[in-house]
Design a protein around this ligand. Structure first.
Ligand code: SF4
Length: 374
């Protein structure tokens, strides 16, 4: 797991797969389940998590997990952070922090506003910390013997994994990151044809997730997932409807005022960094009345990420990304649970290890202090 960093992630993954002395763990991002198939000639929006899990096992991974689990965990922490800010009266707006390119943009250009970012690590990094701290402790494994691969829709996740603060386990929490295209390359190198593989489940406990976690793959999904948890906590009632409709439709800047319990929450969902700049300038002047804003760098969020399958023609982009997005919402409809707090494996993680959202242990493993230094 402590391999030199001067080789590509793909080379290091191949080397790890040949090493019988280490435990190979993989997580794969929510957005990849509706995009990986395109690298194998399938239609955009073909839903392939079961075949992807099978491919990971055939390639030699010992534990095949799903980043949707850690997205549920992020929702729990971020939702409670938002509730805490509501109790304390701010600072508002709170920005999501799961897109590393957005976090880097804030650190570089608006260091005076980094306290507006949620302190939550991204799901990728929460996952790495949980595997190398909790799983390692529970199973009596030396974290140095774990190789943690993360399969992601973008290259920004590579520099996020390499950041010095992402080593809660004492070394890198995530050892290597492959983009969707690199993962497809690895599968093809092993002479595996995705369409021919059986549908398999992810491993338990970190392969268990709700619809909230799955939604992280598309713009608006993180906000919707967090609001479900906030609404349930504030009203004390199960959610009647799963969809916060204003967040699902519209362009690169969507906003809404949502009634939750007896509170009005002004939210926005933004993709493309140039679209958030006017809001940041207003915050600097003290003029913003937003409470919570989701920001994703890539158009349409991670389903449109730079490491995703290339779209052959520019004219096909809109249609392709729409199919990916529809597939993700369709996939979510088939999941039995919709709120992150209902995930039994998340409940067990809190009961056995973390205590509660925002506990000391949670802060140690799952949160960062944004330095504003970039
Ligand atoms: Fe990566 Fe783009 Fe998703 Fe941000 S929005 S995490 S840059 S794929």
């Amino acid at each position: 797991a402590g391999a030199a960093r001067d080789r590509s992630d793909l080379e290091r993954v191949k080397e790890a797969l040949e090493d019988d002395s280490i435990i190979k763990v993989v997580q794969s991002a929510p957005a990849m389940r509706v995009t990986l198939g395109e690298e194998f000639g399938m239609e955009p929006g073909t839903i392939v998590p079961g075949r992807m899990a099978s491919a990971f096992r055939k390639m030699g991974f010992d534990r095949v997990y799903d980043t949707c689990f850690a997205a549920d965990l992020t929702v729990m922490e971020e939702g409670h952070e938002f509730l805490e800010r509501m109790e304390k009266g701010g600072p508002f707006p709170m920005f999501t922090s799961c897109c590393p390119a957005w976090v880097f943009f804030m650190e570089k250009n608006y260091p005076d506003l980094v306290h507006h970012l949620s302190s939550c690590k991204s799901p990728q990094q929460m996952f790495g910390a949980v595997v190398k701290a909790y799983m390692a402790e529970k199973e009596g494994i030396d974290p140095a013997r774990i190789f943690m691969l993360s399969a992601m829709p973008c290259t920004a996740k590579k520099f996020e994994a390499a950041r010095s603060e992402m080593n809660s386990s004492g070394a890198r929490d995530v050892d290597a990151v492959l983009t969707t295209r690199e993962l497809a390359q690895l599968i093809k190198d092993r002479q595996l044809e995705l369409a021919d593989l059986p549908e398999e489940d992810f491993d338990i406990p970190f392969g268990e997730y709700t619809g909230a976690g799955a939604l992280f793959g598309t713009s608006g999904g993180v906000m919707e997932a967090a609001l479900r948890t906030v609404a349930k906590k504030l009203t004390g009632k199960p959610l009647k409807s799963i969809a916060f409709e204003p967040l699902r439709k519209g362009g690169a800047f969507r906003e809404a005022v949502i009634d939750i319990g007896n509170k009005k929450v002004k939210i926005a969902v933004v993709h493309g960094l140039k679209n958030i700049i006017p809001v940041l300038e207003e915050i600097r002047k003290g003029n913003s009345d937003y409470h919570f804003i989701e920001v994703m760098t890539c158009p349409d969020g991670c389903i449109g990420g730079g490491g995703q399958p290339r779209i052959p023609k520019r004219s096909l982009r809109q249609k392709t990304v729409r199919k990916r997005k529809e597939a993700l919402y369709f996939y979510e409809l088939g999941l039995p649970k919709i709120e992150a707090g209902d995930n039994p494996s998340i409940k067990a993680l809190y009961a056995e290890f973390l205590g509660r959202p925002l506990s000391e242990k949670s802060h140690e493993l799952l949160h960062v202090v944004h330095s504003g230094k970039g």
